[in-house]
Design a protein around this ligand. Sequence first.
Ligand SMILES: NC(=O)c1ccc[n+]([C@@H]2O[C@H](COP(=O)([O-])OP(=O)(O)OC[C@H]3O[C@@H](n4cnc5c(N)ncnc54)[C@H](OP(=O)(O)O)[C@@H]3O)[C@@H](O)[C@H]2O)c1
Length: 332
Amino acid sequence: MNRTLANQNVPAVGLGCMGMSEFYGETDDTQSLATLHAALELGYRHFDTSDMYGRGHNEELLGKFVKQLGSRRDEILLATKFGIYRDPSDKYNLLIDGSRAYVKKACEASLKRLNTDCIDLYYVHRRDPNTPIEETVGALAELVQEGKIKAIGLSEVSVETLRKAHAVHPIAALQSEYSLWSRDLEAHCLPALEELNIALVAYSPLGRGFLTGAITKEHIEQASAESDFRAKLPRFQGDNLDANLQLVKALEQLSAELNCTPAQLALSWLLDQYENLHVIPGTKRVKYLAGNFEAQHIQLDAAASAMLGKIFDPQAIAGKRYPDAILKGTNI
Ligand SMILES: NC(=O)c1ccc[n+]([C@@H]2O[C@H](COP(=O)([O-])OP(=O)(O)OC[C@H]3O[C@@H](n4cnc5c(N)ncnc54)[C@H](OP(=O)(O)O)[C@@H]3O)[C@@H](O)[C@H]2O)c1
């Protein structure tokens, strides 16, 4: 199933590359590069990264992949993001800069790390509350004019910001967290995206792995907050985790009845929520690629879709999706 993104026709399932550098435990570059190549061979075309993942490491990894692709570079849609830089003393303290000067500097650095002369989709990773969005998007529009980026995206912004940005330059995509257990954007954002004809790229579509059924209590208890970000998230802690695991049990049961995996069910449900929605399940492993990609061909009937919506009623989810310190930088 192909859909349009940044003027390209790509499969609706893309690949999230973040975990190849940090956030979800150990990483291995050789394994990650093999995963990138296997994804391309399976038909993946949309690859998502950011300059902040691994403090440049993730873009450098993608840059190696791009170099190895040679003339096949144009077969892929390379999406990256800028705007967050890391506090050297606390890796989860996110510092934000959306000034014109920073936009230009960040883009040059990303182009270099990615080994490319043009980024297909360049996102504002988080809105800078101290810089008017018009300034940030104005600078991005200059980059489009200069041929350094092809399209502009925003991540985790409010509808109001989206409208202001779109008035400066057409916005190709909004990338925000959306999955069965993170449905905040349904009420206001989806109608605005449809009205403005903007694609939605749903990040963490597998609930950071939770909706696959592969995350256990033991896994989280053993995970160090330093190497596995999930240990820092309210939904993965204590009683919240116990309550949320009950929902995953119901998801597993339904997927067994429908003869697919919980991950496929979670992705397929999402793809039905908006006609120009793309999912970017993340993995560093070849073994998950094919099943996740296949989710775009699974047809959910209305009854199954409604049942999933009911199991994952937002009121039933225990805990916030991020700690408050990070949440305050979203939906602004
Ligand atoms: N814009 C933003 O602010 C933002 C924020 C977060 C993420 N993102 C983007 O969105 C992408 C996806 O989100 P995400 O990586 O956070 O979460 P996700 O896609 O919901 O889940 C990723 C986790 O699920 C596991 N997994 C994937 N497929 C699986 C399967 N079939 N069975 C069992 N486990 C499976 C992965 O395992 P392994 O780790 O073992 O591979 C990984 O730990 C990221 O890679 C990144 O590009 C953007």
